[in-house]
Ligand binder design. Structure first.
Ligand SMILES: [Zn+2]
Length: 168
């Protein structure tokens, strides 16, 4: 090959607290991290990605990954709830938990269940209806069956699935 490739590249990350403010005052976040809330949020880094998608946590060092496109165009309540969800994964990572445990399917993975529980609880506190929460849980890569199971596991009525079915 007559090319030169610089392979030792750094992933550019930013301080979470430079872009996301006030999260240390959110009760749900304080329940996630407890007395380590400030420590965890101050140390958290975020990478804005050019990929389509939503958010995630790096399995290498536990930093947050957020699609710049989603951040710019997504619904702000969805984004807020996603951050709550991902902060649960950040804590799980700090505890040394396996975030991508292949022994479980996505919706049965204990780390996902816990993250969804926090997000759904926060959604209820915000006053979102079951239909809206059901909509929030819906993603294009989740089958209707999985969505229905997840919603039921969270005690959320599956109205949004039934309505979508009627429209077809
Ligand atoms: Zn998750």
């Amino acid at each position: 090959m007559k090319v030169n490739i610089v392979r030792d590249v750094k992933v550019l990350t930013h301080r979470f607290s430079d872009y996301f403010q006030g999260f240390d005052k959110v009760d749900a976040v304080r329940r996630i991290f407890g007395e380590k809330t400030e420590l965890a949020l101050n140390g958290l880094r975020v990478e804005f990605t050019g990929f389509r998608g939503y958010m995630g946590v790096s399995e290498l060092d536990g930093h947050l990954l957020i699609s710049a496109h989603y951040l710019r165009t997504g619904n702000v309540v969805d984004i807020y709830l996603d951050i709550i969800h991902e902060l649960v994964h950040v804590r799980q990572f700090l505890e040394g938990k396996e975030l991508f445990d292949d022994r479980f399917s996505y919706i049965n993975r204990p780390t996902e269940i816990e993250a969804y529980q926090f997000a759904v609880e926060e959604a209820r506190r915000l006053g979102l209806t079951d239909e809206r929460i059901c909509d929030y849980l819906k993603t294009e890569w989740m089958s209707e069956r999985d969505l229905s199971r997840l919603a039921k596991a969270m005690g959320v009525k599956t109205d949004c699935i039934d309505k979508a079915r009627k429209k077809q």
